[in-house]
Design a protein around this ligand. Structure first.
Ligand code: HEM
Ligand SMILES: *[C@@H]1O[C@H](CO)[C@@H](O)[C@H](O)[C@H]1NC(C)=O
Ligand SMILES: *[C@@H]1O[C@H](CO)[C@@H](O)[C@H](O)[C@H]1NC(C)=O
Ligand SMILES: *[C@@H]1O[C@H](CO)[C@@H](O)[C@H](O)[C@H]1NC(C)=O
Ligand SMILES: *[C@@H]1O[C@H](CO)[C@@H](O)[C@H](O)[C@H]1NC(C)=O
Length: 487
Protein backbone atom coordinates (compact mmCIF):
# COMPACT_ATOMS: atom_id res chain seq x y z
CA UNK A 1 0.00 0.00 0.00
CA UNK A 2 2.61 2.53 1.09
CA UNK A 3 4.88 1.85 -1.87
CA UNK A 4 1.98 2.11 -4.28
CA UNK A 5 1.08 5.45 -2.83
CA UNK A 6 4.65 6.61 -3.17
CA UNK A 7 4.78 5.46 -6.77
CA UNK A 8 1.58 7.28 -7.64
CA UNK A 9 2.89 10.48 -6.05
CA UNK A 10 6.09 10.17 -8.06
CA UNK A 11 4.37 9.46 -11.35
CA UNK A 12 1.80 12.20 -10.97
CA UNK A 13 4.40 14.86 -10.35
CA UNK A 14 6.60 15.52 -13.40
CA UNK A 15 9.22 17.41 -11.40
CA UNK A 16 9.68 14.53 -8.98
CA UNK A 17 9.80 12.08 -11.87
CA UNK A 18 12.51 14.04 -13.65
CA UNK A 19 14.53 14.35 -10.47
CA UNK A 20 14.25 10.62 -9.98
CA UNK A 21 15.44 9.87 -13.51
CA UNK A 22 18.38 12.27 -13.25
CA UNK A 23 19.41 10.72 -9.92
CA UNK A 24 19.29 7.24 -11.41
CA UNK A 25 21.35 8.37 -14.40
CA UNK A 26 23.99 9.91 -12.13
CA UNK A 27 24.19 6.70 -10.09
CA UNK A 28 24.53 4.57 -13.22
CA UNK A 29 27.22 6.77 -14.80
CA UNK A 30 29.12 7.05 -11.52
CA UNK A 31 29.04 3.28 -11.04
CA UNK A 32 30.24 2.71 -14.60
CA UNK A 33 33.20 4.94 -13.97
CA UNK A 34 34.21 3.22 -10.78
CA UNK A 35 33.83 -0.30 -12.08
CA UNK A 36 35.09 0.26 -15.61
CA UNK A 37 38.21 2.15 -14.56
CA UNK A 38 40.20 -0.87 -13.28
CA UNK A 39 38.71 -2.99 -16.03
CA UNK A 40 40.67 -1.00 -18.61
CA UNK A 41 44.01 -1.44 -16.94
CA UNK A 42 43.47 -4.99 -15.69
CA UNK A 43 42.30 -7.06 -18.61
CA UNK A 44 41.72 -10.30 -16.81
CA UNK A 45 39.96 -9.59 -13.56
CA UNK A 46 38.29 -12.68 -12.15
CA UNK A 47 34.56 -12.93 -12.95
CA UNK A 48 31.94 -11.56 -10.60
CA UNK A 49 30.21 -8.27 -9.78
CA UNK A 50 31.31 -5.35 -7.64
CA UNK A 51 27.70 -4.47 -6.89
CA UNK A 52 25.54 -4.82 -3.82
CA UNK A 53 24.82 -2.07 -1.31
CA UNK A 54 26.62 1.26 -1.47
CA UNK A 55 29.95 1.08 0.36
CA UNK A 56 29.50 -2.32 2.06
CA UNK A 57 28.69 -4.17 -1.18
CA UNK A 58 27.86 -7.82 -0.51
CA UNK A 59 29.25 -7.92 3.04
CA UNK A 60 25.90 -8.84 4.60
CA UNK A 61 25.18 -11.95 2.48
CA UNK A 62 28.86 -12.93 2.70
CA UNK A 63 28.80 -12.81 6.50
CA UNK A 64 25.40 -14.53 6.89
CA UNK A 65 25.63 -17.43 9.37
CA UNK A 66 25.71 -20.95 7.94
CA UNK A 67 26.71 -24.47 8.94
CA UNK A 68 30.46 -24.66 9.60
CA UNK A 69 30.65 -27.76 7.41
CA UNK A 70 29.72 -25.64 4.39
CA UNK A 71 30.87 -22.45 2.69
CA UNK A 72 27.46 -20.83 2.94
CA UNK A 73 24.90 -20.15 0.27
CA UNK A 74 26.49 -16.91 -0.95
CA UNK A 75 29.93 -18.39 -1.63
CA UNK A 76 28.47 -21.65 -3.00
CA UNK A 77 26.37 -19.69 -5.51
CA UNK A 78 29.31 -17.52 -6.55
CA UNK A 79 31.48 -20.59 -7.07
CA UNK A 80 28.74 -22.27 -9.12
CA UNK A 81 28.41 -19.18 -11.29
CA UNK A 82 31.99 -17.93 -11.58
CA UNK A 83 34.36 -20.64 -10.37
CA UNK A 84 36.61 -20.74 -7.31
CA UNK A 85 38.11 -17.28 -7.82
CA UNK A 86 35.75 -14.36 -8.14
CA UNK A 87 35.48 -10.66 -7.45
CA UNK A 88 32.94 -9.05 -5.18
CA UNK A 89 32.65 -5.91 -3.10
CA UNK A 90 33.25 -6.65 0.59
CA UNK A 91 34.04 -4.53 3.64
CA UNK A 92 34.02 -1.36 1.53
CA UNK A 93 36.55 -2.58 -1.01
CA UNK A 94 36.65 -4.39 -4.33
CA UNK A 95 37.84 -7.83 -3.25
CA UNK A 96 39.09 -11.04 -4.79
CA UNK A 97 37.66 -14.05 -2.95
CA UNK A 98 39.49 -17.34 -3.39
CA UNK A 99 38.21 -20.83 -2.67
CA UNK A 100 41.08 -22.19 -4.75
CA UNK A 101 43.59 -24.21 -2.67
CA UNK A 102 46.64 -23.31 -4.75
CA UNK A 103 45.84 -19.59 -4.81
CA UNK A 104 45.21 -19.70 -1.06
CA UNK A 105 48.62 -21.25 -0.43
CA UNK A 106 50.21 -18.70 -2.75
CA UNK A 107 48.53 -15.82 -0.86
CA UNK A 108 49.64 -17.09 2.55
CA UNK A 109 53.20 -17.83 1.42
CA UNK A 110 53.57 -14.41 -0.25
CA UNK A 111 52.73 -12.42 2.89
CA UNK A 112 54.59 -9.08 2.96
CA UNK A 113 55.87 -9.55 -0.60
CA UNK A 114 52.65 -9.47 -2.61
CA UNK A 115 49.94 -9.55 0.02
CA UNK A 116 49.50 -8.12 3.48
CA UNK A 117 47.30 -8.97 6.42
CA UNK A 118 44.58 -6.33 6.53
CA UNK A 119 41.60 -6.43 8.89
CA UNK A 120 38.54 -4.19 8.44
CA UNK A 121 38.66 -1.00 10.49
CA UNK A 122 35.83 -2.14 12.78
CA UNK A 123 37.67 -5.27 13.89
CA UNK A 124 40.90 -3.37 14.26
CA UNK A 125 39.28 -0.79 16.56
CA UNK A 126 38.11 -3.54 18.92
CA UNK A 127 41.32 -5.57 18.78
CA UNK A 128 43.50 -2.48 19.17
CA UNK A 129 46.01 -1.03 16.78
CA UNK A 130 48.89 -2.93 18.41
CA UNK A 131 47.10 -6.25 18.23
CA UNK A 132 49.17 -9.03 16.66
CA UNK A 133 46.39 -9.84 14.23
CA UNK A 134 46.42 -6.31 12.80
CA UNK A 135 50.15 -5.52 12.83
CA UNK A 136 52.50 -6.01 9.90
CA UNK A 137 56.19 -5.49 9.21
CA UNK A 138 58.96 -5.12 11.79
CA UNK A 139 56.74 -4.61 14.86
CA UNK A 140 54.71 -7.69 13.91
CA UNK A 141 57.90 -9.75 13.69
CA UNK A 142 58.97 -8.53 17.12
CA UNK A 143 55.63 -9.37 18.74
CA UNK A 144 55.44 -12.68 16.92
CA UNK A 145 58.82 -13.75 18.23
CA UNK A 146 57.63 -12.91 21.76
CA UNK A 147 54.56 -15.12 21.24
CA UNK A 148 56.65 -17.93 19.77
CA UNK A 149 59.22 -17.92 22.54
CA UNK A 150 56.42 -17.77 25.10
CA UNK A 151 54.95 -20.98 23.74
CA UNK A 152 58.28 -22.76 23.32
CA UNK A 153 59.26 -21.74 26.85
CA UNK A 154 56.05 -23.29 28.11
CA UNK A 155 56.98 -26.54 26.44
CA UNK A 156 60.33 -26.59 28.19
CA UNK A 157 58.60 -26.54 31.53
CA UNK A 158 58.35 -29.97 33.04
CA UNK A 159 54.94 -29.33 34.58
CA UNK A 160 53.43 -27.68 31.51
CA UNK A 161 51.63 -30.73 30.19
CA UNK A 162 50.48 -31.68 33.70
CA UNK A 163 49.08 -28.17 34.17
CA UNK A 164 46.84 -28.64 31.18
CA UNK A 165 45.87 -32.09 32.36
CA UNK A 166 45.09 -30.81 35.84
CA UNK A 167 42.86 -28.08 34.41
CA UNK A 168 41.06 -30.68 32.26
CA UNK A 169 40.44 -32.94 35.27
CA UNK A 170 39.18 -30.01 37.30
CA UNK A 171 36.66 -28.92 34.66
CA UNK A 172 35.40 -32.41 33.90
CA UNK A 173 35.04 -33.60 37.47
CA UNK A 174 32.62 -30.78 38.21
CA UNK A 175 30.13 -32.17 35.66
CA UNK A 176 27.06 -33.91 37.09
CA UNK A 177 25.27 -36.87 35.55
CA UNK A 178 21.87 -36.41 33.86
CA UNK A 179 21.97 -32.63 34.15
CA UNK A 180 21.99 -30.59 30.95
CA UNK A 181 24.80 -28.03 30.65
CA UNK A 182 26.53 -26.10 27.89
CA UNK A 183 29.61 -28.01 26.78
CA UNK A 184 30.80 -25.00 24.78
CA UNK A 185 30.72 -22.84 27.90
CA UNK A 186 32.80 -25.45 29.76
CA UNK A 187 35.31 -25.64 26.91
CA UNK A 188 35.64 -21.87 26.97
CA UNK A 189 36.22 -21.94 30.71
CA UNK A 190 38.94 -24.56 30.27
CA UNK A 191 40.81 -22.67 27.54
CA UNK A 192 40.32 -19.31 29.24
CA UNK A 193 41.69 -20.50 32.57
CA UNK A 194 44.77 -21.86 30.87
CA UNK A 195 45.42 -18.69 28.89
CA UNK A 196 45.01 -16.25 31.79
CA UNK A 197 47.25 -18.46 33.89
CA UNK A 198 50.09 -18.48 31.35
CA UNK A 199 49.65 -14.86 30.34
CA UNK A 200 49.18 -13.23 33.72
CA UNK A 201 49.18 -15.87 36.48
CA UNK A 202 45.48 -15.29 37.11
CA UNK A 203 43.24 -18.01 38.50
CA UNK A 204 39.53 -18.53 39.04
CA UNK A 205 39.63 -17.71 42.75
CA UNK A 206 40.53 -14.12 41.87
CA UNK A 207 37.45 -11.91 41.41
CA UNK A 208 39.02 -10.03 38.50
CA UNK A 209 39.30 -13.28 36.54
CA UNK A 210 35.52 -13.70 36.57
CA UNK A 211 35.10 -10.05 35.60
CA UNK A 212 37.58 -10.45 32.77
CA UNK A 213 35.65 -13.42 31.41
CA UNK A 214 32.36 -11.57 31.59
CA UNK A 215 33.67 -8.53 29.74
CA UNK A 216 35.41 -10.75 27.28
CA UNK A 217 32.09 -12.26 26.19
CA UNK A 218 30.64 -8.91 25.13
CA UNK A 219 33.97 -8.01 23.57
CA UNK A 220 33.63 -11.10 21.39
CA UNK A 221 30.02 -10.34 20.46
CA UNK A 222 31.10 -7.00 19.03
CA UNK A 223 33.86 -8.52 16.98
CA UNK A 224 31.47 -10.12 14.49
CA UNK A 225 28.95 -7.28 14.57
CA UNK A 226 28.46 -4.47 12.08
CA UNK A 227 30.74 -1.64 13.24
CA UNK A 228 28.20 1.04 14.09
CA UNK A 229 29.22 3.04 17.11
CA UNK A 230 25.81 4.04 18.48
CA UNK A 231 24.36 3.55 21.97
CA UNK A 232 23.02 0.02 22.40
CA UNK A 233 24.88 -1.60 19.51
CA UNK A 234 27.00 -4.70 20.10
CA UNK A 235 29.91 -2.81 18.57
CA UNK A 236 29.67 0.03 21.11
CA UNK A 237 29.41 -2.48 23.99
CA UNK A 238 32.50 -4.26 22.70
CA UNK A 239 34.48 -1.02 22.61
CA UNK A 240 33.44 -0.39 26.23
CA UNK A 241 34.39 -3.92 27.25
CA UNK A 242 37.73 -3.46 25.56
CA UNK A 243 38.48 -0.55 27.89
CA UNK A 244 37.52 -2.53 31.00
CA UNK A 245 39.62 -5.50 29.88
CA UNK A 246 42.61 -3.25 29.22
CA UNK A 247 42.17 -1.82 32.73
CA UNK A 248 42.27 -5.30 34.29
CA UNK A 249 45.34 -6.28 32.27
CA UNK A 250 46.81 -2.85 33.09
CA UNK A 251 46.51 -3.52 36.84
CA UNK A 252 48.41 -6.77 36.38
CA UNK A 253 51.00 -4.90 34.34
CA UNK A 254 51.48 -2.40 37.19
CA UNK A 255 52.06 -5.30 39.60
CA UNK A 256 54.73 -6.76 37.33
CA UNK A 257 56.45 -3.39 36.85
CA UNK A 258 56.52 -2.91 40.60
CA UNK A 259 57.91 -6.39 41.18
CA UNK A 260 60.64 -5.76 38.62
CA UNK A 261 61.54 -2.41 40.15
CA UNK A 262 61.74 -3.88 43.63
CA UNK A 263 63.83 -6.76 42.29
CA UNK A 264 61.24 -9.29 43.43
CA UNK A 265 61.06 -12.66 41.72
CA UNK A 266 57.33 -12.33 40.99
CA UNK A 267 55.31 -14.67 38.83
CA UNK A 268 56.72 -16.43 35.84
CA UNK A 269 54.30 -15.52 33.07
CA UNK A 270 54.28 -13.84 29.66
CA UNK A 271 53.33 -10.41 31.03
CA UNK A 272 56.21 -10.45 33.52
CA UNK A 273 58.66 -11.57 30.89
CA UNK A 274 57.57 -8.87 28.43
CA UNK A 275 57.98 -6.22 31.14
CA UNK A 276 61.43 -7.53 32.03
CA UNK A 277 62.85 -8.35 28.61
CA UNK A 278 61.42 -5.94 26.05
CA UNK A 279 61.05 -2.20 25.68
CA UNK A 280 57.52 -2.31 24.28
CA UNK A 281 55.30 0.61 25.28
CA UNK A 282 52.47 0.10 27.74
CA UNK A 283 49.68 0.25 25.16
CA UNK A 284 51.59 -2.19 22.97
CA UNK A 285 51.93 -4.70 25.80
CA UNK A 286 48.21 -4.45 26.67
CA UNK A 287 47.14 -5.10 23.07
CA UNK A 288 49.63 -7.94 22.74
CA UNK A 289 48.25 -9.72 25.80
CA UNK A 290 44.67 -9.09 24.72
CA UNK A 291 45.34 -10.44 21.22
CA UNK A 292 46.96 -13.63 22.48
CA UNK A 293 44.13 -14.11 24.98
CA UNK A 294 41.67 -13.76 22.10
CA UNK A 295 43.59 -15.88 19.57
CA UNK A 296 44.41 -18.59 22.08
CA UNK A 297 41.14 -19.11 23.83
CA UNK A 298 38.27 -18.54 21.44
CA UNK A 299 39.72 -20.94 18.87
CA UNK A 300 40.90 -23.81 21.03
CA UNK A 301 37.65 -23.87 22.99
CA UNK A 302 35.77 -24.11 19.68
CA UNK A 303 38.01 -27.03 18.72
CA UNK A 304 37.19 -28.89 21.94
CA UNK A 305 33.45 -28.32 21.54
CA UNK A 306 33.65 -29.56 17.96
CA UNK A 307 35.36 -32.76 19.10
CA UNK A 308 32.62 -33.31 21.71
CA UNK A 309 30.01 -32.68 19.02
CA UNK A 310 31.49 -34.91 16.31
CA UNK A 311 32.30 -37.80 18.66
CA UNK A 312 28.74 -38.07 19.97
CA UNK A 313 27.64 -38.54 16.37
CA UNK A 314 30.22 -41.26 15.71
CA UNK A 315 30.17 -44.02 18.40
CA UNK A 316 32.72 -46.10 16.52
CA UNK A 317 35.34 -43.36 16.68
CA UNK A 318 34.52 -42.71 20.33
CA UNK A 319 34.97 -46.40 21.10
CA UNK A 320 38.35 -46.57 19.38
CA UNK A 321 39.45 -43.39 21.13
CA UNK A 322 38.40 -44.83 24.48
CA UNK A 323 40.44 -47.98 23.83
CA UNK A 324 43.53 -45.95 22.95
CA UNK A 325 43.30 -43.90 26.13
CA UNK A 326 42.41 -46.80 28.42
CA UNK A 327 45.50 -48.58 27.17
CA UNK A 328 47.65 -45.57 28.03
CA UNK A 329 46.07 -45.25 31.47
CA UNK A 330 46.47 -48.95 32.20
CA UNK A 331 50.15 -48.86 31.30
CA UNK A 332 50.69 -45.87 33.56
CA UNK A 333 48.95 -47.61 36.45
CA UNK A 334 51.23 -50.59 36.05
CA UNK A 335 54.23 -48.28 36.14
CA UNK A 336 52.83 -46.50 39.18
CA UNK A 337 52.60 -43.14 37.40
CA UNK A 338 49.63 -40.82 37.63
CA UNK A 339 50.25 -37.80 35.42
CA UNK A 340 50.57 -37.90 31.64
CA UNK A 341 53.87 -36.98 29.99
CA UNK A 342 55.19 -36.33 26.46
CA UNK A 343 55.73 -40.04 25.81
CA UNK A 344 52.07 -40.72 26.52
CA UNK A 345 51.09 -37.88 24.23
CA UNK A 346 53.17 -39.39 21.43
CA UNK A 347 51.23 -42.63 21.78
CA UNK A 348 47.90 -40.92 21.11
CA UNK A 349 47.90 -41.76 17.41
CA UNK A 350 44.22 -42.20 16.76
CA UNK A 351 43.55 -39.12 18.90
CA UNK A 352 45.60 -37.10 16.45
CA UNK A 353 43.48 -38.40 13.58
CA UNK A 354 40.37 -37.33 15.49
CA UNK A 355 41.91 -33.90 16.07
CA UNK A 356 42.77 -33.42 12.39
CA UNK A 357 39.34 -34.54 11.30
CA UNK A 358 37.69 -32.24 13.84
CA UNK A 359 39.69 -29.26 12.57
CA UNK A 360 38.93 -30.19 8.95
CA UNK A 361 35.18 -30.56 9.22
CA UNK A 362 34.70 -27.97 11.99
CA UNK A 363 36.33 -25.02 10.19
CA UNK A 364 36.96 -22.78 13.16
CA UNK A 365 38.36 -20.03 10.95
CA UNK A 366 36.56 -19.78 7.62
CA UNK A 367 38.56 -17.06 5.90
CA UNK A 368 41.39 -14.58 6.43
CA UNK A 369 41.72 -10.89 5.57
CA UNK A 370 44.46 -9.82 3.20
CA UNK A 371 45.06 -7.11 0.61
CA UNK A 372 47.25 -7.01 -2.48
CA UNK A 373 50.23 -4.64 -2.15
CA UNK A 374 51.37 -5.11 -5.76
CA UNK A 375 49.63 -5.97 -9.00
CA UNK A 376 49.61 -9.75 -8.90
CA UNK A 377 48.92 -12.28 -11.63
CA UNK A 378 47.73 -15.76 -10.84
CA UNK A 379 46.73 -18.37 -13.44
CA UNK A 380 46.03 -15.62 -15.93
CA UNK A 381 43.91 -13.57 -13.52
CA UNK A 382 44.82 -10.04 -12.49
CA UNK A 383 44.66 -9.17 -8.81
CA UNK A 384 45.01 -5.37 -8.70
CA UNK A 385 47.18 -3.63 -6.13
CA UNK A 386 45.24 -2.37 -3.06
CA UNK A 387 42.25 -4.65 -3.63
CA UNK A 388 41.05 -6.78 -0.76
CA UNK A 389 41.95 -10.47 -0.94
CA UNK A 390 40.03 -13.09 1.03
CA UNK A 391 41.37 -16.64 1.06
CA UNK A 392 38.60 -18.99 2.21
CA UNK A 393 40.78 -21.55 3.97
CA UNK A 394 37.88 -23.88 4.75
CA UNK A 395 37.20 -24.44 1.02
CA UNK A 396 39.99 -26.96 0.73
CA UNK A 397 38.65 -28.95 3.71
CA UNK A 398 35.28 -29.43 2.02
CA UNK A 399 36.56 -30.13 -1.48
CA UNK A 400 35.42 -33.60 -2.65
CA UNK A 401 38.38 -33.83 -5.03
CA UNK A 402 40.71 -33.64 -2.00
CA UNK A 403 38.68 -35.38 0.72
CA UNK A 404 36.42 -38.16 -0.37
CA UNK A 405 32.90 -37.71 1.02
CA UNK A 406 33.93 -34.46 2.74
CA UNK A 407 30.75 -34.08 4.82
CA UNK A 408 31.47 -37.32 6.63
CA UNK A 409 33.29 -37.23 10.00
CA UNK A 410 35.84 -39.92 9.28
CA UNK A 411 39.00 -39.83 11.43
CA UNK A 412 40.27 -43.02 9.77
CA UNK A 413 40.89 -41.10 6.55
CA UNK A 414 43.95 -39.60 8.27
CA UNK A 415 45.47 -43.06 8.76
CA UNK A 416 45.35 -43.54 4.99
CA UNK A 417 46.63 -40.02 4.34
CA UNK A 418 49.55 -40.65 6.73
CA UNK A 419 50.57 -43.75 4.81
CA UNK A 420 50.30 -41.94 1.50
CA UNK A 421 51.67 -38.49 2.13
CA UNK A 422 50.20 -35.89 -0.18
CA UNK A 423 50.73 -32.15 -0.08
CA UNK A 424 47.03 -31.67 -0.69
CA UNK A 425 45.96 -33.08 2.63
CA UNK A 426 47.12 -30.20 4.77
CA UNK A 427 44.99 -28.85 7.54
CA UNK A 428 44.55 -25.18 6.65
CA UNK A 429 42.92 -24.23 9.97
CA UNK A 430 46.09 -22.61 11.31
CA UNK A 431 46.73 -20.44 8.24
CA UNK A 432 50.23 -20.71 6.78
CA UNK A 433 53.34 -18.88 5.69
CA UNK A 434 54.87 -16.21 7.94
CA UNK A 435 51.65 -15.83 9.94
CA UNK A 436 51.10 -19.50 10.67
CA UNK A 437 49.39 -19.80 14.05
CA UNK A 438 52.06 -20.07 16.76
CA UNK A 439 49.55 -21.80 19.07
CA UNK A 440 48.75 -24.78 16.81
CA UNK A 441 50.64 -27.37 18.88
CA UNK A 442 49.36 -25.96 22.14
CA UNK A 443 45.77 -26.18 20.90
CA UNK A 444 46.20 -29.81 19.84
CA UNK A 445 47.73 -30.64 23.22
CA UNK A 446 44.79 -29.03 25.01
CA UNK A 447 42.40 -31.11 22.94
CA UNK A 448 44.29 -34.34 23.60
CA UNK A 449 44.50 -33.80 27.37
CA UNK A 450 40.82 -33.05 27.65
CA UNK A 451 39.80 -35.97 25.44
CA UNK A 452 41.97 -38.36 27.45
CA UNK A 453 39.92 -37.77 30.59
CA UNK A 454 36.59 -37.13 28.92
CA UNK A 455 36.34 -40.39 27.00
CA UNK A 456 37.41 -42.50 29.96
CA UNK A 457 35.02 -40.91 32.40
CA UNK A 458 31.85 -40.21 30.42
CA UNK A 459 29.41 -41.14 27.74
CA UNK A 460 27.51 -38.11 26.51
CA UNK A 461 24.61 -37.11 24.31
CA UNK A 462 23.15 -33.90 22.93
CA UNK A 463 20.33 -32.76 25.21
CA UNK A 464 18.96 -30.51 22.47
CA UNK A 465 19.57 -30.30 18.77
CA UNK A 466 22.58 -28.13 18.00
CA UNK A 467 25.28 -27.87 15.38
CA UNK A 468 28.37 -25.75 14.63
CA UNK A 469 27.64 -22.52 12.78
CA UNK A 470 30.02 -20.05 11.20
CA UNK A 471 28.92 -16.60 12.44
CA UNK A 472 31.67 -16.26 10.96
CA UNK A 473 33.29 -17.02 14.35
CA UNK A 474 32.43 -20.58 15.14
CA UNK A 475 29.48 -20.85 17.53
CA UNK A 476 26.95 -23.39 18.69
CA UNK A 477 23.61 -21.52 18.59
CA UNK A 478 22.36 -23.39 21.68
CA UNK A 479 25.75 -23.57 23.39
CA UNK A 480 26.08 -27.31 22.70
CA UNK A 481 23.84 -28.58 25.52
CA UNK A 482 24.86 -32.10 26.61
CA UNK A 483 24.11 -34.66 29.31
CA UNK A 484 26.82 -36.99 30.59
CA UNK A 485 26.75 -40.45 32.16
CA UNK A 486 29.69 -42.15 33.80
CA UNK A 487 31.04 -45.10 31.82
C1 HEM B 1 42.39 -24.85 17.20
C2 HEM B 1 42.86 -23.75 17.66
C3 HEM B 1 43.40 -22.60 16.83
C4 HEM B 1 43.11 -22.22 15.55
C5 HEM B 1 42.14 -22.87 14.58
C6 HEM B 1 43.91 -21.04 15.26
C7 HEM B 1 43.90 -20.37 14.06
C8 HEM B 1 44.72 -19.29 13.75
C9 HEM B 1 44.80 -18.68 12.45
C10 HEM B 1 44.00 -19.08 11.21
C11 HEM B 1 45.71 -17.66 12.53
C12 HEM B 1 46.20 -16.77 11.40
C13 HEM B 1 45.44 -15.50 11.19
C14 HEM B 1 45.90 -14.83 9.92
O1 HEM B 1 46.71 -15.39 9.16
O2 HEM B 1 45.40 -13.73 9.64
C15 HEM B 1 46.18 -17.64 13.90
C16 HEM B 1 47.09 -16.73 14.39
C17 HEM B 1 47.49 -16.68 15.71
N1 HEM B 1 47.18 -17.59 16.72
FE1 HEM B 1 46.02 -19.21 16.51
N2 HEM B 1 44.65 -20.72 16.37
C18 HEM B 1 44.38 -21.64 17.36
C19 HEM B 1 44.93 -21.69 18.62
C20 HEM B 1 45.82 -20.78 19.14
C21 HEM B 1 46.37 -20.84 20.48
C22 HEM B 1 46.09 -21.90 21.53
C23 HEM B 1 47.15 -19.76 20.63
C24 HEM B 1 47.89 -19.48 21.91
C25 HEM B 1 48.83 -18.77 22.16
C26 HEM B 1 47.12 -19.00 19.37
C27 HEM B 1 47.78 -17.81 19.10
C28 HEM B 1 47.81 -17.17 17.87
C29 HEM B 1 48.53 -15.94 17.62
C30 HEM B 1 49.35 -15.15 18.64
C31 HEM B 1 48.34 -15.63 16.26
C32 HEM B 1 48.90 -14.44 15.48
C33 HEM B 1 50.09 -14.88 14.67
C34 HEM B 1 50.63 -13.83 13.77
O3 HEM B 1 49.93 -12.88 13.43
O4 HEM B 1 51.80 -13.95 13.39
N3 HEM B 1 46.29 -19.66 18.50
N4 HEM B 1 45.57 -18.65 14.62
C1 LIG C 1 21.05 -40.95 35.31
O1 LIG C 1 20.09 -41.55 34.47
C2 LIG C 1 20.27 -42.93 34.27
C3 LIG C 1 19.30 -43.43 33.23
O2 LIG C 1 18.19 -42.60 33.14
C4 LIG C 1 20.12 -43.65 35.62
O3 LIG C 1 20.32 -45.04 35.46
C5 LIG C 1 21.17 -43.09 36.58
O4 LIG C 1 20.99 -43.65 37.87
C6 LIG C 1 21.05 -41.58 36.69
N1 LIG C 1 22.16 -41.09 37.49
C7 LIG C 1 22.04 -40.15 38.44
C8 LIG C 1 23.27 -39.78 39.18
O5 LIG C 1 20.98 -39.63 38.70
C1 LIG D 1 45.06 -18.27 43.04
O1 LIG D 1 46.06 -17.28 43.19
C2 LIG D 1 46.21 -16.80 44.52
C3 LIG D 1 47.20 -15.65 44.50
O2 LIG D 1 48.33 -15.94 43.76
C4 LIG D 1 46.67 -17.96 45.40
O3 LIG D 1 46.81 -17.52 46.72
C5 LIG D 1 45.63 -19.07 45.33
O4 LIG D 1 46.07 -20.20 46.05
C6 LIG D 1 45.36 -19.47 43.87
N1 LIG D 1 44.23 -20.39 43.85
C7 LIG D 1 44.24 -21.50 43.14
C8 LIG D 1 43.00 -22.30 43.16
O5 LIG D 1 45.19 -21.84 42.46
C1 LIG E 1 48.16 -43.67 -2.57
O1 LIG E 1 47.59 -42.76 -3.49
C2 LIG E 1 47.47 -43.26 -4.81
C3 LIG E 1 46.98 -42.15 -5.71
O2 LIG E 1 45.98 -41.39 -5.10
C4 LIG E 1 46.52 -44.49 -4.80
O3 LIG E 1 46.41 -45.01 -6.09
C5 LIG E 1 47.09 -45.53 -3.84
O4 LIG E 1 46.22 -46.63 -3.75
C6 LIG E 1 47.34 -44.95 -2.45
N1 LIG E 1 48.03 -45.91 -1.60
C7 LIG E 1 47.61 -46.23 -0.37
C8 LIG E 1 48.45 -47.17 0.41
O5 LIG E 1 46.59 -45.78 0.10
C1 LIG F 1 47.33 -33.91 10.74
O1 LIG F 1 47.52 -32.83 9.84
C2 LIG F 1 48.83 -32.33 9.81
C3 LIG F 1 48.87 -31.07 8.97
O2 LIG F 1 48.06 -31.11 7.87
C4 LIG F 1 49.77 -33.40 9.28
O3 LIG F 1 51.09 -32.92 9.23
C5 LIG F 1 49.69 -34.59 10.23
O4 LIG F 1 50.49 -35.64 9.75
C6 LIG F 1 48.26 -35.06 10.39
N1 LIG F 1 48.21 -36.07 11.44
C7 LIG F 1 47.65 -37.25 11.29
C8 LIG F 1 47.69 -38.18 12.43
O5 LIG F 1 47.13 -37.56 10.24
Amino acid sequence: MATELLLITFLSSPILLITLIITLLIIIIFRRRITSDPENKYRNLPPGHLGGWPFIGDTIPFMRPHSAASLGEFVDQKIARHGKIFKVKLFGKPTIVSADPSLNRFILQSEERLFLCSYPKGVENIMGKWSMLALTGEIHREMRSIALSFISNLKLKADFLSDIEEQAVEIISAWRENITFSAHEEAKKFAFNLMVKYLMSMNMSMPETAQLRKEYTSFMNGMASIPINLPGTAYRKALQSRLIILKIIGNKLDEKVQNTEEGLQGDDDLLASVVKNTDLKREQILDLILSILFAGHETSSAAISLAIYFLQSCPKALQQLREEHSKISKRKMEMGETRLNWDDYKKMEFTKCVINETLRLGNIVKFLHRKAIRDVQFNGYDIPCSWGVIPIISAEHLDPSIYEDPQQFNPWRWQIILSNVSKNNMIMSFSGGPRLCPGAELAKLEMAMLLHHLVQKYEWELAEKDFPVSFPFLEFPNGLPIKVHCV
